[in-house]
Write a protein that binds this ligand. Structure first.
Ligand SMILES: Nc1nc2c(ncn2[C@@H]2O[C@H](COP(=O)(O)OP(=O)(O)OP(=O)(O)O)[C@@H](O)[C@H]2O)c(=O)[nH]1
Ligand SMILES: [Mg+2]
Length: 216
C-alpha cells in the first residue's frame, strides 16, 4: 500500500531486558514504548502495527510478557513491548518488580521519543494506568493513548465508551486512537501517530500533562 503511513520493510526481535539496568540493544535508534495493563493487548497491537503475525508473543495467560522486549523496525526505529502491569493474580514478588523495571526503562532511555499507553475499551483506567500516565507526563514523554479491543463492543457502545474515557481522563477524544488487533481497525491511525512521534522529536508532548492522578 503506497499510502501506508508506516511502511514495513523489516522487523527483527532484538532481545529482552529482564531487570532494571539489564541488557538493552546497543544501538541508539529512536524508540517508542508500548505500555498498559496485563492482557490489554500490547503484544497483539504491536504485531498488527508491524504487520507480522507473531513477532511479539501473545498469550492467553495474563502476565506472560515479563521482560521488556525490543524490536527493530526498518533498521530505523526500536519498538518496545513493556511487561503488563497490575494483574491481580501475579505473585507479590513479580508485582513488586514491574514498576522499577518499567519506570527504570522510561526514565533512563535518552532515545525514547514517545510512548503509547493502551487502555481496554471495556474498562475504566486503573490507578496503575493513571500512575503511568502521570509518570510519562512528568518525564515530558509525548504520549499517545490507544483504546484496544474495540471489536468487543458494537459501534454505539464503543462510541459511548470513547466519550467516557476521554471524559474521565479529561482529554480530547481526538487524542484517543480506537484500535482492534482482530479487525485491524485503527492500524493506520496508530501507524501515522507513531511515525509522527519519531518525526516530531522536538515538538511539545502530544498530551497536556496529566498531573492529577485522582479520578474526577
Ligand atoms: N477481541 C480482541 N482480542 C484481543 C485484541 N487484542 C488482544 N486480544 C486478546 O487479548 C489477550 C491478551 O493479548 P496480548 O496481546 O497478549 O496482551 P498483552 O497486553 O501483551 O498481555 P501481557 O503481555 O500479558 O501483558 C489475547 O487473548 C489476545 O488474543 C483485540 O483487539 N480484540
Ligand atoms: Mg504481551
Amino acid at each position: 500500500m503506497s499510502d501506508d503511513p508506516l511502511p514495513i520493510r523489516s522487523v527483527e526481535f532484538l532481545g529482552g531486558m529482564a531487570e532494571p539496568g539489564g541488557w538493552r540493544p546497543p544501538m541508539a535508534l529512536p524508540e517508542v514504548a508500548f505500555l498498559g495493563r496485563s492482557n490489554v493487548g500490547k503484544s497483539s497491537l504491536l504485531n498488527r502495527l508491524v504487520r507480522h503475525r507473531a513477532v511479539a508473543r501473545v498469550s492467553r495467560t495474563p502476565g506472560r510478557t515479563r521482560e521488556i522486549n525490543f524490536f527493530r523496525l526498518n533498521d530505523a526505529i526500536v519498538l518496545v513491548d513493556l511487561p503488563g502491569y497490575g494483574y491481580a493474580r501475579v505473585s507479590k514478588e513479580r508485582h513488586a518488580t514491574w514498576r522499577p523495571l518499567i519506570e527504570g526503562y522510561l526514565g533512563n532511555t535518552p532515545t525514547l521519543r514517545g510512548a503509547v499507553q493502551l487502555l481496554d475499551i471495556r474498562r475504566d483506567p486503573t490507578p496503575d494506568d493513571r500512575d503511568m500516565l502521570a509518570f510519562l507526563a512528568a518525564l515530558e514523554t509525548p504520549t499517545l493513548i490507544a483504546v484496544t479491543k474495540i471489536d468487543k463492543l458494537g459501534r454505539g457502545a464503543a462510541t459511548d465508551r470513547i466519550h467516557a474515557l476521554a471524559d474521565t481522563l479529561a482529554i480530547e477524544e481526538s487524542q484517543l486512537i480506537p484500535f482492534s488487533a482482530v479487525t485491524g481497525e485503527g492500524r493506520d491511525d496508530l501507524a501515522s501517530a507513531v511515525a509522527g512521534l519519531i518525526a516530531a522529536a522536538a515538538a511539545p508532548p502530544a498530551l497536556p500533562p496529566l498531573s492529577d492522578p485522582a479520578p474526577r
